[in-house]
Structure formats: structure tokens, C-alpha cells
Design a protein around this ligand. Structure first.
Ligand code: NAD
Ligand code: 6OD
Length: 488
């Protein structure tokens, strides 16, 4: 990490790395030290990025046939894999997350997103319809999918490369150009991706990168830019509201993947050990900073006490610490975010929670005390209308409540303003299907969690999002269909 001190991450505009007059610190949440500085794009840089994306739409990229574009997407995946160690180091330095997560999830998925959408665009089924006409003749209508144009991609810090490429790959596969604004907390892998674009020979203007913050900075300048055609955003629900207000002026289409307050439901007939192992993952993965994490766990009464005891034991075994020490769990993304999570830790006690484990900031007696670590935490005993049950916390924490009847737990699970994901644990496949269908969410896992087939629709209902991405749903969002009707 020290090798990067003095380094400034640059914006990438029209195939060139550019710098502004302002920069900000990229902080390592393991020890509070600076990873590097980051050049903050001003209005002019954002404007140049959008203009460059617009120009590239009509150049070589716009006229390239799909198979050529797919070769480029596959070459991007190859190059990410070739530079795997650089990507791993960058993601670990920005987030402090464990090497095993970054090596097994973040970076492989970043590469896979390019391969999957290269395959999908080639196999997109054509649409063609025949009809008889009133004059006894016929007509054929067929659909031509055109790029939507310049896509603004605004992404969060929790799975930086994975969630950014989840949008960039299908947008490029569909022939669009992009301007990406990664989170200010995690600017490194988006910058490495710009290097990859350059190395692979992606024509200039197709991938542009602007660094900065949201309000009154690169994020706001980008989504409000009149020459952006659509906005795809992953982040907090309240940020979604601000972006939608800005996009509304030009009626820009939006695709939003937002927050969650996800339920896990464990029936008494579940495979107990699998349910415990799955719930440890669904609550504590990435220090609880996955939008799909379970913050509300409902357990059928006959196994409630046993489940609470087993989850407590497993939570207490989680090794917290530096990525290079082979830890299971790293820090929260920042001390600012930890302050928010700790405010919920205090609130839970005020609201009547029993603390089963955790609830504090761990003390290490070394540089980690300047980081943003926090203990895995479990509560019981909160009423269903407590704020800690209603609001997204986004940390390594869950509340466990007992239930007696199926209808009762369906009611609890759905009684939320969010609707992203649910996980159900039972050996009874009819019950799993019956309860699964009643979940008001975008994805419901049965006997697993965060198992992803990238061809399936992904997104949420209520405050958890607008629209779906994944498979053909992504290609549909990033395309403008043109119907051609031919009279014979
Ligand atoms: P955030 O909303 O604070 O920031 C996300 C991005 O939006 C950042 O790049 C930020 O700079 C930018 N931004 C902020 N305000 C903006 C504005 N007014 N205009 C334009 N851009 C703006 O979210 P975060 O803290 O980075 O991420 C955590 C949140 O994301 C959690 O709520 C989590 O549930 C959610 N999330 C959802 C999904 C999903 O797929 N549904 C996935 C990951 C994270
Ligand atoms: O796996 C994905 O494609 C995806 N969008 C995951 C989102 C995780 C949220 O933090």
C-alpha cells in the first residue's frame, strides 16, 4: 500500500487519463491510512466525458458488428484475469475485505460479467411477427435493438468492481458508451478497468470514468447532464430519490438497485447445520455490507433457543482483522459508516433489545484501532415496529425473532418498506414454494443465499429498486427497440 502514497488516481476521458485541480483521500478502513489520492472530476471533466461518450457512439463502436464487440468484451475479461493480482490488491486496499472474498467473488465476478453478457447478446432471440392485413395482403414486423446511447453508471462501495461491471458489461454489449462514477470510497478498480480498456484497445470514448462524490460533485453533475440518455444506479434508496428527481427533468430512464432489509426464515424442519452455516454467511459476509444480507432472522419456535445459541457461537468464532492475516471479516467501509452502524447498536438497546453477542468496537492495541472494525452482533427481543427492525443498517448485525405459524412469518417478512431478497430454510419443498411465492421481493433463495445465475432478473420492489437487471432484462434496459413494419 505504501507504494501508492503520492499516487493520484485519475479520471479517464476520451481515452486519456486526466486530472483536475482538486483531489481527495482514499482511506484504507483497516488502519485509517491513506491508500492514495483521487482526482475529483469537476463539471468540465464530467461534461467532456459525456461529450466523448456521445461522439464515440457514432464512430467505430456504433458501427461495429456484435461479434466484434463480443470479442472485445471477452478480451476485457481476459485482461482482468491476467491482472488478477492487481485487481485483488486494489479492492482489498480500498475496502479491507478478506482476500478470500475478493479472490473468490469480487474479481472473478467482475470478469464473468463481461463474458456472460458477450454470450447473451449473441444469443438474444430475434423478434418477428407476421400478420394478415385488411386488404388481404400481409405484413411482417421485426424488432431492431439499438443502443440507448450514453449511459451514466453510478455505483456503490460494497462490491465495487462486481457491481460496476454488472452494469458496464451489458451496456457495452448492447452498443452503448458509458460514463462511470464509482463510489468515492472505492475508486481503484474502476481506474484499473480504464487501464484494461486502454490495453485491450477499446476505442476512445466508450468507457469514461469520473471520480468524486454525489451531491454537488461528479455524481450529481453526471446524472443531471442533459446529454446523458439513461442512468443506472446501485446504492441507497434515498440517493435513488435524489437521482430520480434529477433524471426526471429530461425524463431519462432509470434502473435502480437500492437498499434492503431482508428476512431469513428458518423452519423447524430445516437442515439445522445448513441453516446455521447459510445464515452466518447471509448476516456477516462482507461485514454485513451486501444489500442482500439478512438483517431480520425469523426462527420457528421449537428450534429458536438452539438456533440463537448456535448462531452466537458461530458469530463469536469469526476472525476479525487485516486481510493479510487471513481474517474472515474485515472492517466496515469507513469510520463514518461505523458511526451510523454504532448509532443503531445504541438504539437497539434503547428499543428493548437483548444483546446476544457483539455490540462493540473491538480493541486490538495496534494500527487496526484507527480503522473501522466492529463486532458481529446479534439481538433478540425487539418489537416488530422497532426502528432497528424497519431501517437498513448495513453492518454485521441481525435480530432473531421466534414465530409459530407460517402466515405469521410471511406477514413479518413482508411488513417492510424494502423488498430485495429473502432466504427460506426448510426441507419441505411444497412449503418452500408456497412461502417463497408470497415473498414481496425480487429474489428468494430456498436453502441457500447469494447464489447467482446471471441470466435471471435481479432487482427489488418497494424502496429496493426500480426495474430488473440480469440476462435479457439488462439487455432490454440498455437497448432501444425499433419496430420495422413491412407491408407485403
Ligand atoms: P450511496 O447511495 O451513498 O452511494 C452510491 C453512489 O451514488 C456513490 O457513487 C455516490 O457517490 C453516488 N451518489 C450519492 N449521492 C448522489 C447524488 N445525489 N447524485 C448522484 N450520485 C450520487 O450508497 P453506498 O453507501 O455507496 O452503498 C450502500 C447502499 O447501496 C446500501 O443501501 C445498499 O443496500 C445499497 N446497495 C444495493 C444493491 C442492490 O443491488 N440492490 C447493491 C449494493 C448496494
Ligand atoms: O450479484 C449481483 O449481480 C448483484 N447485483 C449483487 C448485489 C449485491 C448487493 O450488495
Amino acid at each position: 500500500m505504501t507504494k501508492n502514497l503520492g499516487k493520484v488516481l485519475r479520471n479517464y476521458v476520451d481515452g486519456e487519463f486526466v486530472i483536475s485541480n482538486h483531489s481527495f483521500n482514499n482511506i484504507n478502513p483497516v488502519n485509517g491510512q491513506m491508500v492514495c489520492r483521487v482526482s475529483e472530476a469537476d463539471k468540465d471533466i464530467v461534461d467532456r466525458a459525456v461529450k466523448s461518450a456521445r461522439k464515440a457512439l457514432h464512430g467505430e463502436w456504433g458501427n461495429m458488428d456484435v461479434s466484434e464487440r463480443c470479442k472485445i468484451l471477452n478480451a476485457l475479461a481476459d485482461e482482468i484475469e491476467r491482472r488478477f493480482d492487481d485487481f485483488v490488491a486494489a479492492e482489498v486496499a480500498d475496502t479491507g475485505k478478506s482476500y478470500s472474498q475478493v479472490k473468490n467473488i469480487d474479481i472473478p465476478r467482475g470478469a464473468a460479467n463481461f463474458r456472460v453478457f458477450a454470450d447473451l447478446i449473441k444469443t438474444r432471440p430475434p423478434q418477428s411477427f407476421e400478420m394478415d392485413t385488411a386488404d388481404g395482403k400481409s405484413a411482417t414486423s421485426y424488432v431492431v435493438n439499438k443502443p440507448i446511447g450514453v449511459v451514466a453508471v453510478v455505483s456503490p462501495w460494497n462490491l465495487p468492481l462486481l457491481l460496476m461491471t454488472w452494469k458496464v458489461a451489458p451496456a457495452l454489449a448492447s452498443g452503448n458508451t458509458v460514463v462511470v462514477k464509482p463510489s468515492e470510497e472505492t475508486p481503484s478498480t474502476a481506474t484499473l478497468l480504464a487501464e484494461v480498456m486502454q490495453n485491450v484497445g477499446v476505442p476512445k470514448g466508450i468507457y469514461n470514468l469520473v471520480h468524486g462524490f454525489g451531491p454537488n460533485s461528479a455524481g450529481e453533475f453526471l446524472v443531471g447532464h442533459e446529454d446523458v440518455d439513461c442512468v443506472t444506479f446501485t446504492g441507497e434508496s434515498k440517493t435513488g430519490t435524489a437521482i430520480m428527481q434529477s433524471a426526471a427533468r429530461d425524463l431519462k430512464p432509470v434502473s435502480f438497485e437500492l437498499g434492503g432489509k431482508n428476512a431469513a426464515i428458518i423452519f423447524a424442519d430445516a437442515d439445522f447445520d445448513a441453516a446455521i452455516a447459510g445464515t452466518v454467511r447471509s448476516v456477516f459476509t462482507n461485514c454485513g455490507q451486501v444489500c442482500l444480507c439478512s438483517e431480520r432472522v425469523y426462527v420457528e419456535r421449537p428450534i429458536f433457543d438452539k438456533f440463537v445459541a448456535a448462531l452466537k457461537e458461530r458469530a463469536e468464532e469469526i476472525k476479525i482483522g487485516r486481510p493479510q492475516d487471513g481474517s474472515d471479516m474485515g472492517p466496515l467501509i469507513s469510520t463514518k459508516h461505523r458511526k451510523k452502524v454504532l448509532s443503531y447498536f445504541s438504539l437497539a438497546l434503547e428499543e428493548g433489545a437483548s444483546l446476544i453477542t457483539g455490540g462493540k468496537v473491538p480493541e486490538f492495541g495496534d494500527e487496526r484501532d484507527n480503522g473501522s472494525f466492529i463486532e458481529p452482533t446479534i439481538w433478540t427481543g425487539l418489537p416488530e415496529d422497532a426502528r432497528c427492525i424497519k431501517e437498513e443498517i448495513f453492518g454485521p448485525v441481525c435480530h432473531i425473532a421466534p414465530f409459530d405459524r407460517e402466515e405469521e412469518v410471511v406477514g413479518y417478512a413482508n411488513d417492510t418498506n424494502y423488498g430485495l431478497a429473502a432466504a427460506i430454510w426448510t426441507k419441505d419443498s411444497s412449503k418452500a414454494d408456497r412461502v417463497g411465492r408470497q415473498m414481496e421481493v425480487g429474489i428468494c433463495w430456498i436453502n441457500d443465499w447469494f447464489l447467482r445465475d446471471l441470466r435471471t432478473p435481479f432487482g427489488g420492489v418497494k424502496l429496493s429498486g426500480i426495474g430488473r437487471e440480469g440476462g435479457m432484462h439488462s439487455l432490454d434496459f440498455y437497448s432501444e427497440p425499433l419496430t420495422i413494419c413491412v407491408k407485403h
